[in-house]
Design a protein around this ligand. Structure first.
Ligand code: PRP
Ligand code: ZN
Length: 288
């Protein structure tokens, strides 16, 4: 029997829903309930560890889990501050997009980070950033509610995750520099090219298929034969559309898999270039 695959995902929090969703869409059936820390897949030889996201890079580095789903921010911080973390990102998952950014109070006169006190949950990354920029500043580590620190007078500015920006707004803080962009990634203890286990490679391909499908749309439309070239050029990320003759002379149907988002603006442009009956349909899975 093939070796069992163990994957670590966040137990609760921002990443949980999307991580679970990705596994389910990839054909892995499992159910989570209550405080269960381990879920066994009912249809695949796989265990799902449900843990704190902070623990995922170390579980994967130690080989307790073959794979893990975690934010690039968490992985990068742990790599910057802990020599034992050897886990590597093998696939960008396209969700939980955010950025790690510096922010200061709205009324602050702060112009540079030099000699300032910076509060953050990411001291490893902030110190590394300061070092590469040759800036001397004090970094204090705060585990939560970092946004409060300027008001209680213990920091001049902060470096924290920003997603919608609502938390910064609510705390009268203004962003002034991005340290890194982040999204959820699939991590492994070895880099992608060194993965030899067929089942793991297969699973990564399935994840890829789900992610690619999420951004892709299948577009069908009718157009006049003379506008085929113009219309095809407008289809975002379409690789070799299918052209089908219609009963009505000089008219064709064009079908295409678009790998980039199809916005209303694109549809309006297609229409003004002679396309009609434009249908944009979701795609569930793609296997390339
Ligand atoms: C994160 C981060 C910010 C907030 C940013 O906190 O630390 O506080 O989200 O999101 P926004 O820009 O959409 O407002 P989280 O809710 O994960 O809790 P934590 O700070 O306790 O980790
Ligand atoms: Zn927070």
């Amino acid at each position: 029997m093939a070796k069992k695959i163990t994957i670590a995902i966040q137990r609760k929090g921002r990443l949980f829903d999307r991580s679970k969703d990705l596994l389910i869409k990839s054909g892995i059936n499992f159910s989570t309930s209550g405080d269960k820390l381990l879920a066994r897949s009912s249809n695949m030889n796989m265990d799902i560890l449900l843990v704190r996201d902070d623990d995922i890079p170390s579980l994967v580095s130690k080989g307790v889990a073959d794979l893990g789903i975690v934010g690039q921010n968490v992985l990068a911080e742990q790599v910057a501050s802990n020599r034992k973390i050897t886990a590597k990102s093998v696939l960008n998952l396209g969700f939980s997009k955010c950025r790690l950014a510096f922010a200061k109070p709205m009324n602050s006169k702060l112009r540079s980070l030099k000699n300032k006190i910076i509060a953050t949950s990411y001291p490893g990354l902030v110190k590394k950033f300061l070092k590469t920029k040759n800036i001397t500043a004090e970094v204090i580590k705060i585990n939560g509610s970092v946004e409060l620190t300027p008001y209680i007078g213990i920091a001049d500015c902060i470096c924290d995750l920003v997603s919608s920006g609502a938390t910064l707004d609510a705390n009268n803080l203004i962003e002034f520099k991005t340290l890194m962009d982040s999204e959820a990634v699939l991590i492994s203890s070895i880099s992608y090219i060194n993965i030899k286990d067929k089942n793991i490679l297969n699973l990564i391909k399935r994840f890829e298929g789900v992610i690619n499908a999420a951004e892709s749309k299948y577009v069908m439309l009718n157009a006049e034969t003379k506008s085929i070239d113009k219309i095809c050029k407008l289809l975002p990320g379409a690789d070799s559309p299918t052209i089908i003759p219609l009963q009505q002379q000089d008219k064709v149907a064009i079908h295409a898999l678009c790998s980039e988002p199809v916005f209303w603006e694109t549809m309006e442009k297609l229409k003004s270039n002679g396309a009609s009956s434009i249908l944009v349909m979701p795609v569930e899975k793609i296997l390339n």
